[in-house]
Ligand binder design. Sequence first.
Ligand code: G3H
Ligand code: 13P
Ligand code: ZN
Length: 325
Amino acid sequence: MGICYKDLGLVNTRDLFAKAVTGGYAIPAYNFNNMEQMQAIIQACTETESPVILQVSSGARKYANETLLRYMAQGAVEYAKELNNGKNIPIALHLDHGSDFEICKSCIEYGFSSVMIDGSHHPYDKNVDETKKVVDLAHQFDVTVEGELGVLAGVEDDVSAEHHTYTEPDQVEDFVKKTNVDSLAISIGTSHGAFKFKPGQNPKIRLDILAEIEKRIPGFAIVLHGSSSVPQDLVKIINENGGKLKDAIGIGEDQLRAAAKSAVCKINIDSDGRLAMTAAIRKVFTTKPEEFDPRKYLGPARDGLKELYKRKNIEVLGSAGHAWD
Ligand code: G3H
Ligand code: 13P
Ligand code: ZN
């Protein structure tokens, strides 16, 4: 079986989640597709002494090339060591929204330490079967697995749903028992992308459903997808510099902070990072139209992303300072 993540210096999510659940914080899961994103994530998490999950979607695998991504993740471990005098933060490499067994298997072979099998669009029994099949393989290599119950509104890779199907608290215990999955993504009103709510809606997530779920599986690792907050200062910069993002609204950071203090121990953020990079790039393009060296706009984009992620670790996830718990 291909490359073992342990040889790359990566860790799986088991210990990270156990510590996060008892410590009342969440591990950041930041998506990356390119070098600047990876650098920003590692710099931010090293400077805030936070564990981190480097998250790769199947779209990212196609965009960046799966072999290159693997070496980038290996490079990330070495880079983190270099930034911190030889002592690196815990880094997991995770497949985001794995659609089937084959992609999960391929990622395990490429050195991923954690995979998500997203069977949430299937009927319950098929979701159980698919998830269990991935767990049975992954656990042979000490790779951890995230499953999902309930469907988020919005677009996930190629699949889109107009409305939320909230996770049924009555199903979670059975699902966890039958699949032996290590963590569970739930649907409580978060959604993917920058347009989570419509103007006039009350942008709230269902913390009451989360509390019900926790009662059924106490201490079990819960994951929140679609957790970007869509900072309005970034949307404003984008729109003032030629962008057209109308009515972009995200999840309040206060609600995510509350969720992170509970059994939510992994919070997925991608769109906010995209906004931070786009805002910085658009600003350079308007203020310095003579620039054409990519480093002159990708550098500020990387810096903007790093500052955003440092703030998230400190103020929202609460993961700062927990790298070596
Ligand atoms: O949940 C989706 C993530 O934001 C990844 O997005 O599939 O466009 O890479 P992507
Ligand atoms: P956002 O689009 O809210 O950043 O969600 C990202 C995500 O859930 C990745 O799996
Ligand atoms: Zn997601």
